[in-house]
Design a protein around this ligand. Structure first.
Ligand code: PNS
Length: 195
């Protein structure tokens, strides 16, 4: 029997940690479907289509990995695509409680479906989409956290967002950066004087 698993999530945006897990999952399942939840209640940074495109490019090298979207219950989607397992990543003990609750609820809803947990490489154990969004939104470097194409997409988003916010404030992007730098330098100087 073909072993099929789904890897459900928000992937907003997909990170190197997700990719690491996809690679590991692709080795133990015959077919792995990366399933992006279409959640109308959330206000994501990237549209479902953008996330789908990013994940498709990131996984193009894996023959047994495909990307899909779903809404509603994960277990119902798993049944529709005839998967026997749900793949989820556990990075640290802090993930455990939420993941355990979800796995047990999914088991209650669909006893025949197993949740399989895998750990990403230790170097990704602190990595989350939420932190990537935050670092990118505040102008920090995200190069080692997400694949190159996601870095580019994040930059595009931030450029658009900065244009709007600076237009509101009546300053250009370089002016805003220069003002931030000058304020930081003033702070350092006044600290040096005090010490
Ligand atoms: O990447 P995320 O946001 O941690 O993924 C969470 C996800 C999408 C796997 C979870 O929210 C989910 O399965 N949602 C679908 C609705 C559902 O089935 N809820 C009951 C799960 S216990």
């Amino acid at each position: 029997m073909k072993r099929v698993a789904i890897y459900p999530g928000s992937f907003d945006p997909p990170t190197n940690g997700h990719l690491d897990l996809i690679e590991r999952g692709s080795k133990i399942f015959d077919e792995l479907i990366v399933a992006i939840l279409r959640n109308p209640e959330k206000d994501p940074l990237f549209s479902v289509n953008e996330r789908r495109q990013m994940l498709e490019s990131m996984t193009a090298g894996f023959e047994n990995v495909s990307v899909d979207t779903f809404h509603g219950l994960t277990v119902d989607y798993a049944l529709r695509v005839e998967a026997q397992a749900i793949l989820r990543g556990i990075r640290a003990i802090s993930d455990y409680e939420y993941e355990l609750q979800m796995a047990l609820m999914n088991r209650k809803l669909q006893p025949g479906l197993e949740t399989v947990f895998m750990m990403p490489a230790a170097k990704y154990s602190y990595l989350s989409s939420r932190l990537v969004r935050e670092v990118a939104q505040l102008g920090g470097p995200v190069e080692c956290l997400v694949p190159e194409l996601v870095v580019r997409k994040l930059r595009e988003k931030m450029d658009v967002a900065n244009k709007f916010s600076n237009a509101d404030a009546g300053v250009s992007e370089p002016e805003a950066r220069a003002a931030d730098r000058a304020a930081a330098e003033r702070k350092i100087k006044s600290r040096k004087k005090k010490s």
